[in-house]
Design a protein around this ligand. Structure first.
Ligand code: COA
Length: 141
């Protein structure tokens, strides 16, 4: 993912998340050395995953696949790529936060060996002002 990709990344981000990240957040990830991977399908951006590592703890900041491309294995591909990046970086754990009601994502993470580490109350803020807990999940890379 390069700065020039961000308008297309943001277009996907706005389709899949209720409270999308801003361009500044993506830019800071691209510039701070996070592993920012863009999936291209037929030459067009179709998804992305950002992995941020501090010392031996790697965190998946975001993972998304464009709606028309969902359900074809691209999310798993991006997730496995991030896990392998954490392995390459000698991380001892990969962690992520997910909404308990996000069945697709939870199924994907559980099927890739992520288990519950903790739960954070009212972690996610929705656009309607409500909040949702986060399941914090982790695995060894
Ligand atoms: C979550 C997401 C990244 C998964 O990517 P994807 O490309 O759709 O998923 P894949 O095709 O790789 O499927 C991987 C697994 O996810 C689960 N899954 C996929 N679609 C599903 C559905 N409709 N219902 C339930 N589980 C589903 C399954 O466990 C699937 O494995 P299987 O095909 O062996 O059964 C994608 O749906 C997405 O971008 N969602 C919106 C953004 C989001 O919620 N990101 C995660 C934030 S924590």
């Amino acid at each position: 993912m390069l700065p020039g990709d961000l308008s297309e990344v943001l277009a996907i981000e706005r389709q899949v998340f209720d409270t999308p990240w801003t361009i500044d957040f993506f830019l800071s990830c691209v510039r701070d050395g996070s592993r920012c991977r863009l999936l291209e399908v037929d030459g067009k951006p179709g998804g992305y995953c950002i992995l941020h590592q501090v010392r031996d703890r790697a965190e998946i900041y975001t993972l998304a696949v464009s709606p028309p491309l969902q359900g074809h294995g691209f999310g798993r591909l991006l997730l496995r790529d991030a896990i392998s990046g954490a392995r390459d970086g000698a991380a001892s754990s990969v962690v992520l936060e997910v909404r308990p009601g996000n069945t697709r994502a939870v199924n994907l993470y559980e099927s890739e060996g992520f288990t519950d580490l903790s739960r954070i109350a009212d972690y996610f803020e929705n656009s309607d002002g409500t909040t949702e807990d986060a399941r914090v999940m982790s695995r060894r890379p």
